[in-house]
Design a protein around this ligand. Structure first.
Ligand SMILES: C[S@@+](CC[C@H](N)C(=O)[O-])C[C@H]1O[C@@H](n2cnc3c(N)ncnc32)[C@H](O)[C@@H]1O
Length: 191
C-alpha cells in the first residue's frame, strides 16, 4: 500500500508543486469581498465523472446517506451523490470562492440546490458528525492529516478516497483501479 501511495499521480503532483511555487492560486482571481480565508492546501484538479461514479458505487451511496466531499471543487461529487445516487443530502467544504460559485451554479442547474450545501470553509475544520459517507481527492499528506479526525467518526462511516489511501495502518476494505485511477474504500471500525 505504501508503494501505491508513493505513486502520486502526475496531475495532483503538479498541483502540489504549483501551490508551493505560486502560493494560493485562487486568491489572485477573486475580489477582496469574496477572498478565501486561508491558502489552499492543494489546487483544483477535478475527478473525472466516471471515477466519481466508481467512488460513489464503491461506497454504496443511497437514499439514507449524507455525503461529505472534503475540498469539493465544482461540486461534481456532491451533485452526483444526490442526483445520480439518490443521497438524502450532500455537503461540500471548499475554500476557493470561484469553485464555490461554480458548484452552486452547477447544483442549481441540476435542480438539487435544496439537497446540497457548499460550505465556505477549511476542510480540516469540517463538522463530519452527520456524514455517513466521506469522499476525498487530496494529496497523501492531507489524507494522513485527516486520519485522527476520521478515527473518531461513528463506527461504520464509509470513506472513499481518489488515488491516495489514508495511512499505513488503516487498510482499505476494497481498492479498484479504473483508467489508471485508484479508488480506495474504508470503513471506520468500532471502538
Ligand atoms: C484535487 S481538488 C478535488 C475537487 C473535487 N473533490 C473532485 O474530486 O473533483 C481539491 C479541492 O480542494 C480545495 N481545497 C484545498 N485546500 C482546501 C482546504 N484546506 N479546505 C477546503 N478546500 C480546500 C481546492 O480548492 C480544490 O477545489
Amino acid at each position: 500500500m505504501r508503494g501505491s501511495r508513493r505513486r502520486v499521480s502526475v496531475s495532483l503532483a503538479v498541483a502540489a508543486v504549483s501551490v508551493a511555487l505560486v502560493g494560493p492560486v485562487a486568491r489572485t482571481s477573486v475580489s477582496a469581498k469574496t477572498a478565501q480565508i486561508k491558502p489552499l492546501d492543494v489546487i483544483y484538479v477535478p475527478t473525472p465523472h466516471n471515477i466519481v461514479a466508481k467512488m460513489l458505487t464503491m461506497a454504496q451511496v443511497g437514499p439514507s446517506d449524507v455525503v461529505y466531499d472534503l475540498g469539493s471543487g465544482d461540486g461534481r461529487i456532491v451533485i452526483a451523490a444526490v442526483k445520480e445516487f439518490g443521497a438524502r443530502r450532500a455537503v461540500g467544504y471548499e475554500l476557493d470562492p470561484v469553485r464555490l460559485k461554480e458548484a452552486n451554479e452547477n447544483a442549481r442547474a441540476a435542480k438539487i440546490i435544496d439537497k446540497v450545501q457548499f460550505v465556505s470553509g477549511d476542510l480540516f475544520e469540517a463538522d463530519l458528525s452527520e456524514a455517513t459517507v466521506i469522499t476525498t481527492y487530496l494529496l497523501p499528506v492531507l489524507n494522513e492529516r485527516l486520519v485522527p479526525k476520521f478515527r473518531k467518526l461513528k463506527a461504520g462511516t464509509r470513506i472513499v478516497t481518489h488515488n491516495y489511501d489514508l495511512t499505513d495502518d488503516w487498510k482499505p476494505v476494497q481498492r479498484e483501479v479504473l483508467d489508471g485511477h485508484s479508488v480506495y474504500f474504508f470503513r471506520v471500525p468500532g471502538r
